[in-house]
Ligand binder design. Sequence first.
Ligand code: FMN
Length: 224
Amino acid sequence: MQVDSPEKVGLFEALYSTRALRRYKTDPVPDELLYQVIDAGIRAPAGSNAQVWHFLIVRDADKRRRIGELYMQTWETYGKQFLENPDAIENLPKQMQLVVKSTDHLARHFAEAPVHLFVCGPEQSVGTVYPAMQNVLLACRGLGLASVITMFHRPYTKELQELLGIPEDQVAHGLLPIGWPSDKIGPVNRIPVHKVSSVDTWGESWDYAKQQPEEGLRKRWTGR
Ligand SMILES: Cc1cc2nc3c(=O)[nH]c(=O)nc-3n(C[C@H](O)[C@H](O)[C@H](O)COP(=O)(O)O)c2cc1C
């Protein structure tokens, strides 16, 4: 796919369909597309426009293998109950089952994602780095690529500094595996607006929002 002929995805279609995709093909992601993704990432707003972000691209297979091992170590802690007793997954509500299964899949196959993108910045820059990460997700969606924001690498600061040369004053706030999706895209399901908003005083319901469908305007933009 050429950068000048990306999928024609409208802005709202992208917003309503950019969900966490954790299953990827192993096909490489060309520099041309990766550049487009990061060039879109840096269009994000930044506190004082300081643009303190740094995008560390890891393609090297040995480094990705080591990152995959570290990622799995975190999942072995958080996902212990599911790794020890896979039947426990089947007892979860359907939506949660899907999240746990795809999280488990990603942990087992993390090294195979052709690109590991660390989005870094100083300790205090998290509010600046996150909008850039969201832009990366949306740019991936626009190009037919898949990704997800992850943090399972966070316990391994020292190991990653040694492996990747990350300076001590930098934090790898997010790690985004990027590849071609083998999962299906969208739609994004969320708790509806009326349950997460108030008007004038905290807790006063927004009547307009209450009258809207529980799925919000999702069907308008994704057809589902
Ligand atoms: C701050 C943050 C940290 C996250 N960390 C992880 C992670 O370590 N591993 C993972 O598989 N997903 C991670 N996610 C993805 C979330 O699980 C995902 O965005 C959420 O479940 C919604 O998924 P959906 O958009 O597919 O509905 C993270 C997301 C955010 C915003």
